[in-house]
Design a protein around this ligand. Structure first.
Ligand code: ADP
Ligand code: ZN
Length: 637
């Protein structure tokens, strides 16, 4: 007897699956990874087949049969992985497996099925009627004329001729056109931002040796992993591309992880420009239908490279040869909700299961990566330019009246405008001001739920908690004393945007933060406006520090370099180091060179001092010494 072990897709935590079902002859094709509809007590549930077996502890006459198979589900490898995630991250099998299934499984939504349309074409008779001048209505004639150019979907015909379904149906009944069902692919909008080269450039000697060393590892048996430690602008992406090409040549597949959705448009653009339609993208800004179609393209092997943020590690590809994790230090690789997986760890697991090569690339490796992996260095920028000089401005000496932008910084920005160039300004806090304080009694507005300061948002006129999203209108008077002199102190992106607009007009100021970039394509839209402007300033949170590549940027300024240092997190130092280093790397990517300004209250903190001197190896070394004293990574887990 054939038995399917099925893990029900429920939210119940206490359920002890899997449950056994006997497979009837009519469902003999059931495989591990299939999604089934099964009877479950009085209910019907969806479940995933996690194992096939011949025996069950349940007597045969008490075993139920599955009702039907719903699609091919996922691969056996990903079933293993989902169950591992459930155990490793203390989640449930349903949640672990849920990550592996076709997008939308269980929601029953229309959009999560393939979209089928009718394709219309002329028949021989149709052609004859056209030439013999047979009796036709105006719309009908228009349709037939259009179809002379080739087959078209009903949608296309409707756009050209205004003909509706009934017109087409009548033509079909008269035998003048033939209609067949086809699956229409819903494509993600191809948003290419910045320079995307279609042909590979001639690689530098350093890139060539990195590629050849990694290719050797590709050839070795079993999994292999390496750290590609390349300064910003050292051309890591070209190395990834070369490796992906090798992997595809041998008929294998690749996954490329990039940190956040803001980064994906440019990264995806570069991969698609080079590799074309073999690249599929998976990310949350796609519509449900697009996500479903991209997923299926990977599942069927039509697409062989998946590019996307952390969840792309679950791409249903087979014969996985290579996993690249770009900017491996990035915190977004960890999911902060159940299941709390770390995509880097999951990548390690998949690389091991498939005997793949795992490449972690970054300018600022995490201490654990630095210690554990073999390192391949790209110590120089491809353009041969040196790293831009960094000026550290000690804000302890600054006149408080001059505000959050130091006069020297402002002077530099003004000369960027004079030269018609671009600048990036980072302040790692969104909103207008981080504190609202009553001048009369000193009352300070905090979140009723979280005991943190509420942030003033001018655009929405609200006080918002950045922790729990609690929001209330900005008050006109103090709740405690009735005083009406309320001061909005400190600065967030909105205030900086306003200050810059006042001082730098008429050049445009673009703001990039979670508030301006929400919604599909938000990041890409802002980055591409900045890209297309002649001279402009991009201001924003840490989103502006990452990954993009604009050669006209000649100044990067970070206004509160030590803000992240004050976080109560053992990674505070390394995050600060990487943020400052990343932002510094955004400047001077073109012939005009560049400059970096770091405003800080803690100029001697190792993270800031190392970043200012571009001392990428020095920081993890020094930081390791400190970590040795505490029960934290890279020495303990
Ligand atoms: P990283 O990811 O290391 O910061 P990128 O891969 O983004 O660096 O490369 C920086 C810029 O240099 C990009 O515009 C890229 O197209 C270009 N580039 C990379 N390699 C070469 C090369 N060998 N020749 C010319 N340009 C290159
Ligand atoms: Zn709160």
């Amino acid at each position: 007897m054939s038995i399917a072990r099925v893990e029900p897709l429920t939210t119940a935590r206490a359920l002890r699956g899997p449950f056994d079902y006997s497979i009837p002859d009519r469902l003999a094709e059931i495989e591990v990874g299939n999604v089934l509809q099964v009877p479950f007590g009085p209910r019907r549930l969806l479940g995933v087949v996690v194992e096939l077996t011949e025996t069950s502890e349940v007597p045969a006459d008490r075993l139920a049969e599955p009702i039907r198979i719903l699609g091919s589900g996922t691969t056996p490898e990903l079933i293993e992985l989902g169950l591992w995630i459930a155990r490793e991250y203390c989640s449930t099998p349903a949640r672990g497996l849920g990550l592996m299934l076709p997008p939308g499984t269980g929601t029953g939504g229309e959009r999560t099925r393939a979209r089928v349309e009718k394709l219309n074409g002329l028949t021989g008779e149709g052609r004859e009627v056209m030439t013999s001048g047979g009796r036709l209505g105006t719309k009908q004639k228009l349709v037939l004329t259009s179809l002379l150019e080739g087959e078209m979907t009903g949608r296309e015909l409707a756009e050209r001729t205004g003909a509706d379904g009934s017109t087409l149906k009548r033509l079909q009944e008269r035998g003048l056109i033939k209609r067949e069902e086809i699956t229409v692919r819903r494509r993600p909008e191809g948003s290419v931002v910045g320079a995307a080269a279609v042909d590979a450039p001639v690689l530098t000697d350093e890139q060539i040796s990195a590629v050849s060393e990694l290719t050797t590892r590709l050839d070795s048996d079993g999994m292999s992993e390496a750290l590609l430690a390349g300064v910003t602008g050292s051309g890591k992406t070209e190395v990834y591309l070369a490796l992906v090409e090798r992997v595809l040549e041998r008929g294998q597949t690749a996954i490329v992880l990039v940190p956040e959705i803001g980064l994906t448009p440019q990264a995806v653009g570069r991969f698609q420009a080079r590799l074309g339609d073999r690249v599929a993208v998976l990310h949350s800004a796609l519509s449900a239908g697009q996500r479903y179609d991209e997923w299926q393209r990977l599942r069927t092997g039509e697409a062989t490279v998946c590019v996307g943020p952390r969840s792309a590690i679950f791409a249903p590809v087979q014969d996985l040869g290579l996993i690249v994790i770009d900017e491996e230090h990035d915190p977004s690789y960890k999911q902060e909700s159940d299941p709390r997986y770390d995509a880097r760890q999951v990548a390690h697991k998949r690389a091991k299961a498939n005997g793949s090569l795992l490449v972690l690339g970054t300018a600022t490796p995490r201490p654990e990566t630095w210690r554990a992996l073999d390192r391949i260095d790209l110590p120089n920028r491809v353009d041969g330019l040196g790293m831009p000089p960094v000026e550290v401005i000690d804000m302890r000496d600054a006149d408080p009246r001059s505000g959050p932008i130091h006069p020297k910084t402002m002077e530099e920005l003004i000369s960027v405008r004079a030269r018609g160039e671009k600048a990036i300004v980072m302040i790692n806090r969104r909103g207008f001001a981080p504190w609202l304080i009553c001048r009369t009694c000193g009352h300070h507005w905090g979140c009723p739920n979280c005991d943190v300061s509420l942030i003033v948002h001018r655009e929405s006129g609200q006080l918002i908690c950045h922790h729990c999203n609690h929001a209330e209108p900005v008050p006109r008077a103090c709740d405690t004393c009735g005083g009406t002199t309320l001061s909005q102190t400190g600065a967030g992106t909105q205030r900086i945007e306003r200050l810059l607009a006042e001082h730098l007009s008429p050049i445009p100021i673009f703001r990039l933060d979670a508030d301006t970039s929400s919604g599909p394509g938000g990041h890409g839209r802002i980055l591409s406006q900045f890209d297309q402007a002649a001279s402009a300033v991009l201001v924003g949170t840490q989103m502006v520090a990452k990954g993009h590549d604009f050669p006209e940027v000649t100044l990067s300024a970070i206004l509160d370099a030590d803000a992240t240092l004050r976080f109560p997190d053992f990674r505070a130092e390394e995050r600060t180091f990487s943020l400052v280093t990343q932002l510094a790397g955004r400047s001077g990517r073109g012939a005009a060179g560049g400059k970096v300004i770091v405003q800080t209250l803690a100029p001697s903190a190792p993270s800031i001092a190392s970043a200012a001197t571009h001392d990428s190896p020095g920081f993890p070394e020094g930081n390791s010494n400190a970590a040795r004293r505490f029960p934290i990574r890279p020495f303990r887990r």
